[in-house]
Design a protein around this ligand. Structure first.
Ligand code: AMP
Ligand code: MG
Length: 506
């Protein structure tokens, strides 16, 4: 379904014009064989306007905040003009969706512009427009993204980066009044995403399932050379690559769980070969704790529920392992590469949970203490973010001062009993209240992107008021800071938010 206006404006290829905003683009992905992608131009959008801009993301490619004032900025990051040196392309990939082989997918609405040097001197950063028009991989889709989902991707990418979680970044969102039909008429937007690479597990699966093992090797060699050069020294670099991607994925899952992030669509085409959080759709942050919580309204089986994420991360690594088998050479070596997943996940989860609880040592009964805590969170439907944040304020010698945290809990006797054990545990390691509060507040965010916060910003943006996008983005870029002026952004969701449903439609 598309309401793209025909001919003159919309189907006209974007004009090539040098821009002074960025250095000339390089085109690493375009150096791959032609079968890996289709060269094409973004489809312009009429009269674009700025919806959001991330100064922090811009800084990673040495782009000054003033660039946003440049007359060329909007055109460049809407796809209406092509930057100097850019060879825009859409990449092909395949994947497993909801556990089922889906065959060929590909960049159906994303167009990569090319890459520019990272400001820190380490490698290059690819810039990709999401929502910039149809490609040969659009299937039934219109190649567009709506304002609503683009704002969500922008805010969450930047919020995750500020939380210290590996993720693709978002430079900007631009909007246009061009109508896009979803369940209802909405308007179009483009997010400019940035990452060293957008190569996915599904990029490997694509060549494996097409039995094009030469192309599979080209892809793996390219990934190794560009992103994992240290592994080229290994006896079997492909096995080393799978080992490392498995490790990064396990780490990422532990990090998601620790902040209550739920991705919602962990299909193998949404899994980054660099271990980044990739493709923000119907994601959510845990509020009232329920390990079975499903943030994607269309995921009726709960395949991608909170408690399933670590297992699905592993399942996806197995899918990658299957695809890399012809390169690795033996089932034994492939299994060996995958075998590290659980230990990495558990060690990282253990470390993160100890930090969340302000524990600096590990003791025999810690698992019991942690399990008992999660049982209370679950039984009392405790807000995940507020619980850990307020737990940092607990004073060992003052059970009478636990009111702020007790307020979150229905079964208060259960909490009091647990808190007594927790206090004893803290005392046993000689924990200092002030030091522990600082350490806990540095790992337990006060501000996360609650769905209702995004919704408020989206509804204002739909009325052309982008101030709330900017404000929320600024608050979420300092998630661990108190920011007392913004206390209400850390509040429990209001009653109306319980009716919010986030669908896959974007
Ligand atoms: P996602 O679930 O967003 O990861 O998308 C799965 C596949 O559908 C990818 O190949 C996307 O490029 C494609 N896709 C999603 N929405 C659209 C759209 N509006 N137009 C074209 N392709 C789309
Ligand atoms: Mg995707």
């Amino acid at each position: 379904m598309t309401t793209d206006t025909p001919a003159s404006t919309d189907t006209a290829a974007a004009k090539a014009q040098p821009t002074t905003i960025l250095p000339s683009f390089g085109n690493r992905f375009a150096a791959l064989p032609p079968a890996f992608y289709t060269r094409l131009q973004p489809t312009p959008l009429p009269a674009p306007y700025l919806v959001g801009f991330s100064e922090d993301a811009a800084a990673t490619i040495g782009l000054d905040a003033a660039a946003v004032q440049d007359p060329g900025f909007l055109d460049l990051f809407t796809g209406n003009r092509i930057g100097d040196g850019s060879l825009p392309l859409a990449a092909v990939y395949s994947g497993h969706q909801f556990g089922v082989w889906a065959g060929q997918l590909g960049d159906g609405r994303a167009i990569s512009l090319g890459d520019v040097p990272a400001a820190d001197g380490h490698g290059r950063i690819e810039l990709q427009l999401k929502g910039s028009g149809q490609t040969p991989y659009s299937r039934m889709g219109d190649g567009r993204a709506v304002l609503r989902s683009s704002i969500r991707e922008f805010l969450c990418s930047e919020a995750m980066a500020a939380l210290g979680i590996p993720t693709t970044r978002a430079l900007a969102v631009t909007g246009s009044d061009q109508r896009v039909l979803r369940e209802q008429a909405e308007t179009a937007a483009v997010v400019t995403r940035m990452a060293p690479s957008f190569i996915r597990f599904g990029s490997f699966e694509h060549w494996y399932y097409n039995q094009r093992f030469d192309d599979l090797k080209v892809l793996a060699d390219t990934v190794l050379e560009q992103f994992y050069p240290q592994l080229l020294q290994e006896a079997n670099p492909y096995k080393a690559l799978l080992t490392e991607v498995t490790r990064r994925t396990a780490e990422l899952m532990a990090q998601w769980q620790a902040v209550g992030f739920m991705h919602g669509v962990m299909n193998t085409d949404n899994m980054s070969i660099l271990g980044l959080t990739l493709d923000y759709g119907p994601f959510g942050f845990m509020e009232a704790f329920d390990p079975r919580h499903i943030c994607n309204h269309t995921d009726q089986q709960g395949r991608y529920s909170y408690q399933m994420q670590p297992r699905i991360g592993q399942w996806n690594c197995f899918a990658l392992g299957q695809a890399m088998l012809p390169l690795i050479g033996s089932v034994e070596d492939t299994e060996a590469a995958l075998a590290g997943y659980e230990a990495v996940f558990e060690a990282r989860q253990d470390q993160l949970l100890h930090a969340k609880l302000g524990l600096t040592t590990t003791q025999a009964d810690d698992d019991k203490l942690i399990d008992a805590m999660f049982a209370i969170l679950k039984n009392s439907h405790v807000d995940f973010t507020l619980f850990f944040r307020r737990l940092g304020d607990l004073r060992i010698g003052n059970p009478g001062q636990d009111e702020a945290i007790r307020d979150l809990i229905i079964d208060r006797p259960a909490f009091d009993a647990w808190a007594a054990q927790y206090r004893a545990r803290l005392q046993a390691e000689g924990s200092d209240d002030d030091r522990r509060r600082l350490a806990m507040h540095a790992v337990n965010p006060k501000y996360v992107l609650r769905n209702y916060l995004a919704q408020v910003a989206i509804e204002k943006a739909q009325q052309k008021d982008f101030s709330e996008v900017a404000k929320l983005h600024a608050i979420l870029s300092r998630p661990f800071d108190e920011q007392p002026a913004h206390d209400k952004y850390a509040d429990l969701p209001p009653d109306w938010a319980s009716h919010l449903e986030v669908s896959c439609s974007s």
